[in-house]
Ligand binder design. Structure first.
Ligand SMILES: NC(=O)c1ccc[n+]([C@@H]2O[C@H](COP(=O)([O-])OP(=O)(O)OC[C@H]3O[C@@H](n4cnc5c(N)ncnc54)[C@H](OP(=O)(O)O)[C@@H]3O)[C@@H](O)[C@H]2O)c1
Length: 265
């Protein structure tokens, strides 16, 4: 199976790294205007082919992944329309906020390949993305192929398109929300006397541990909190002070604020 990745920026490179690192049967062609980015990728993954020509990358591909900025996408779709019409690859757009109707309009009448709208997060760079995907007109085989590709970059789930914004806020914006929490923990730990480097390592391991505990046990976070909260103890004092500061309300408000306007459902 051959795939084309159009755009070798942060997300395009992360997806190439995930796929090239674990799916040996997938042939990858990557295109990007600046050669330096292509060379960097080629040095890391010698088996990929690189080119400055988007159409060249797409020839013979059964999946075309568009990893360009949303405002670049219409021009790229224009450029690729003929090859898409001819070869009918599954077309995967990662452009945030560009839904399947938008993509359909860009392709125009008479060009109706299987479409996927896919939103990974930046942890794709280390194979730990949480990726939400929606599709239109895809066969079972195409759904399996695209799920396998993005599964190589972390976890990937197919949802109805109306859930994509909630997924994007939770996982794609969410990674920044988790990091802001980690920054706050770091500031607190330094105030209490840990060196910044000690604090960061401790927080990374604590967050990893918390995530793995919830993953392994399937526990509700509040039940896992109960396990470390002694009546009259220190943890509950800390938790209550955080809630007095508005922690839960602030997180919920932040997530609502990040939801694209007019697309709450
Ligand atoms: N970052 C995230 O967390 C995230 C999460 C989910 C989805 N996304 C989406 O992923 C897409 C890419 O984001 P990014 O963060 O990877 O952006 P990025 O780092 O700026 O990468 C975009 C790449 O597209 C290349 N490019 C520009 N014009 C092109 C053209 N005509 N043909 C082919 N390639 C072209 C750029 O090349 P040059 O630099 O050489 O011009 C750049 O390498 C966006 O649509 C974004 O909404 C991002």
């Amino acid at each position: 199976m051959k795939i084309a990745v159009i755009g070798a920026g942060n997300m395009g490179s992360a997806v190439v790294a995930g796929i090239a690192g674990s799916l040996a049967d997938v042939e990858i062609a990557v295109s990007n205007p600046s050669v330096a980015k292509l060379d960097r990728l080629k040095n890391r993954f010698p088996s990929i082919t690189t080119t400055a020509s988007n159409t060249q990358a797409c020839v013979g591909a059964s999946v075309v992944i568009l990893a360009v900025k949303p405002w670049i996408l219409p021009g790229v779709v224009d450029e690729l329309r003929a090859v898409i019409e001819r070869d009918m690859p599954a077309v995967v757009s990662m452009a945030g906020g560009i839904g399947l109707d938008d993509l359909e309009r860009m392709l125009g009448e008479g060009c109706s390949p299987a479409l996927f709208y896919v939103i990974p997060n930046t942890a794709a760079a280390v194979g730990e993305s949480m990726t939400f995907m929606a599709q239109r007109r895809a066969s079972g085989e195409q759904v399996s192929a695209v799920t396998r590709l993005f599964g190589a970059c972390g976890k990937a789930v197919m949802v109805e398109e109306r859930m994509m914004n909630a997924g994007m806020v939770t996982a794609s914006c969410g990674i920044a929300f988790v990091m802001r929490y980690m920054r706050a923990m770091e500031q607190g730990a330094v105030e209490l006397g840990l060196r910044p480097d000690e604090a960061r390592q401790a927080i990374i391991q604590t967050v990893l541990g918390a995530a793995k505990l919830l993953e392994a046990t399937g526990a509700h976070p509040e039940d896992a909190i109960d396990a470390v909260t002694t009546a009259g103890g220190l943890t509950i004092r800390g938790l209550n002070a955080m809630e007095t500061g508005g922690m839960t309300a602030a997180v919920e408000a932040g997530m609502r604020a990040a939801m694209p306007a007019g697309r709450q459902s």
